[in-house]
Ligand binder design. Sequence first.
Ligand code: FE
Ligand code: FE
Ligand code: ZN
Length: 309
Amino acid sequence: MEALFERDLQIGSHVRMRGSRMMLGAVEEALSYRANTFMVYTGAPQNARRKPIGELRIPEAQALMEQNNIRQFVVHAPYLINLGNVQNPEIFRQSVTLLLWELERTKQMGSRVLILHPGAHVGAGIKAGIQSIAAGLNEALSVPSDVCVALETMAGKGSEIGSRFEELADIFDRVRYPDRLRICFDTCHVHDAGYDIKTNPEQTLAELDHYVGQKQIAVFHINDSKNERGSRKDRHANIGKGQIGAAALYRLVHDPGFPGVPRILETPWYPDPADPQKSLPPYRQEIAWLQSPQNCSAFLDTVSTSTVS
Ligand code: FE
Ligand code: FE
Ligand code: ZN
């Protein structure tokens, strides 16, 4: 059984779709980290400018995935989608439209999971924000598709909704398309929100189970945190270089309750010792270590605490 699970361990990182290679480049980047899954944004996370689907080089990317036995990947929606903005109906409207586009792009690219930050109420209060998020999801999900929206657990900075499992449960209760709603469990965010995943990750998962069901987890974001538990700051740290620590993150990656659920690293790049102007991705080393602890100490020496966010 143990061996079966290890074979099924899906681990990768956030990779970039850019230049002319687009999705093909994203798959190449994932392979350079020896990952067997990955996460992409369909364009810059901060804006809504997107290339036409025909320019993403999807067939080439899919062929490369197939050759290398990458069976699944996930997509992250842009940050500017805010379904919780009750104050500004225009932003809400644009957010629903953008979400629909992203769902379509996700489908065309061949993924079934679109990760979404639930939203921020920007002063209207949690209840109003939750009602607005649910209304936006009900509208976007009324268009049939086999792509799910995975609501990310948030750190709780500003007026972000979704830092408490109760809030996520409230959204789930109000959405009429339960088959299309899932959870993205971000370890840094959950820690920053105040849950004790450092000493007892299994207990935190049990708490999530109580409110929304741990079967709802479609993807994990595996990040250490620069800040103390409950800080609500959302600053990711490299594995073993933050307040959560490598042991708890390793346990979550190898939790047998989630076979085949992708574990995605969003840890910061670190400065190149040869050229401090440049930064290097930590993912190949972090993935190798999280797959097997043999290289643990060697690995922890190579990754310095990073200033890149
Ligand atoms: Fe996110
Ligand atoms: Fe995340
Ligand atoms: Zn974050």
